[in-house]
Ligand binder design. Structure first.
Ligand code: GLY
Length: 395
């Protein structure tokens, strides 16, 4: 019985280990430093800082990471109500407008458009933003193959890798764009596509221990799974850290959008295996099965994605002890991420160090990466909201 009465006390106790207002203010200071450095011209969206450098590598709207920087700026506006962030958020969001007039080229449209225009719409109700989001959702839906039951994540890999229909676990996050559109004037079919994609992924993308494949290749004629493999992980049979994080975040979001119990149960299964295998400081190595561990690089981005997802999951789980467990795990992750070992501070103007982008390709290893910063700030804001209201995070 005691355990049922304690969670709110524990919750407050753990909340005191991290000062969300201070860490969010740190993020704002770092973002201002980045704004001061951004060069003129169109190639000006921060993506990453390699570990041997201290300046950003910039991209334009074509890059899958183009939505995270405007998303950070919208979050800073949401939390500070200072118009300087709104002006900058709108500036960088509008740079992504051409995405809405391109045919479905990649599943990453969700990351790009929802973090920029979606966040902006939530705060401004701009009809121009809404049109971009709705058009992009329709464009993403053109990649859905009803025979398979999933979205074709990487059209360019069909020829390049000989993967006739491929779906990657990251694609789970982009279903949020379809859910959003179906609730905001788009077709109900977008909702059905998102649900079917999640259900098919739940069946085919996981091993019996609930660890995820990065890529599943399907036969376009029979619709059947051909194989589960990796692209960014250590091996076909390994647990690539960020892939598992996308699964935790994605199935939690699918439960939030559908209230289907199977998604909530599944989110817990994929979270539990990840949490059981983490090192003591709660930051994963880039792949849980890299034989170089403990000398392998970490992935702070996976920790940030997971922390944000677990804060939301903790609000959905009815078993109080389990909900408290997820909450505490998230706070422990954010505590490590907020330490001198992980915050960039004077090293560079990102928020965090030590993320791994694409280890097999040798790119962005032990680097600062914009999506780590995005999910770190999102997680801090969710934690602040929970601590203030002692209520579940709703976004
Ligand atoms: N969505 C690509 C990645 O997680 O690296």
């Amino acid at each position: 019985m005691i355990i049922w009465l304690l969670p709110s006390v524990y919750t407050l106790g753990w909340a005191q280990t991290i000062n969300t207002a201070r860490e969010i203010a740190y993020c704002a200071d770092q973002a201002q430093k980045t704004l001061n450095q951004i060069p003129p011209g169109d190639y000006n969206i921060p993506r990453g800082i390699d570990h041997d450098k201290n300046v950003w590598r910039y991209v334009d709207y074509h890059d899958w990471c183009s939505g995270f920087w405007p998303g950070i700026l919208w979050d800073l506006y949401a939390v500070t109500h200072n118009d300087k962030w709104k002006i900058q958020a709108d500036r960088f969001t509008r740079e992504l407008t051409p995405l809405s007039s391109q045919s479905g080229f990649d599943h990453d449209l969700g990351f790009m458009v929802l973090n920029s225009f979606g966040q902006g719409y939530q705060l401004t109700k701009s009809t121009a933003y809404k049109q971009v989001i709705l058009r992009s959702a329709d464009s993403l839906a053109t990649l859905f193959n009803p025979r398979v039951g999933t979205i074709l994540s990487w059209p360019q890999m069909v020829k390049k890798m000989g993967w006739p229909h491929n779906t990657i676990i990251d694609n789970m996050i982009n279903l949020e764009l379809l859910f959003w559109a179906s609730k905001n004037g788009g077709s109900h079919e977008l909702y059905d596509i998102a649900v079917r994609h999640a259900e098919t992924t739940m069946r085919n993308h996981f091993r019996p221990d609930y660890t995820s494949y990065h890529v599943v290749v399907y036969d376009t004629v029979t619709g059947k799974k051909i194989k589960g493999i990796t692209h960014q992980g250590y091996a076909d049979s390994s647990m690539w850290a960020r892939g598992q994080s996308w699964a935790i975040y994605g199935f939690t979001m699918c439960y939030r959008e559908t209230r289907k119990a199977e998604f909530l149960n599944f989110a817990q299964k994929v979270a539990d295996v990840y949490l059981q295998r983490l090192p003591a400081d709660r930051i994963p190595y880039w792949d849980f099965n890299d034989p170089a561990i403990p000398n392998a690089p970490r992935d702070a981005s996976a920790a940030a994605v997971t922390a944000s997802a677990l804060l939301q999951l903790s609000g959905f789980v009815s078993d109080k002890a389990k909900a408290d467990y997820y909450y505490k795990q998230a706070v422990a992750m954010l505590t490590t991420l907020s330490s001198a070992a992980y915050q960039s501070r004077s090293t560079n103007s990102a928020f965090l160090l030590h993320s791994t982008g694409h280890h097999p390709a040798g790119s962005e290893i032990d680097a600062s990466i914009i999506y780590a910063d995005y999910y770190y700030l999102e997680a801090l804001m969710r934690l602040q909201k929970i601590n203030r209201k002692n209520l579940p995070a709703s976004r």
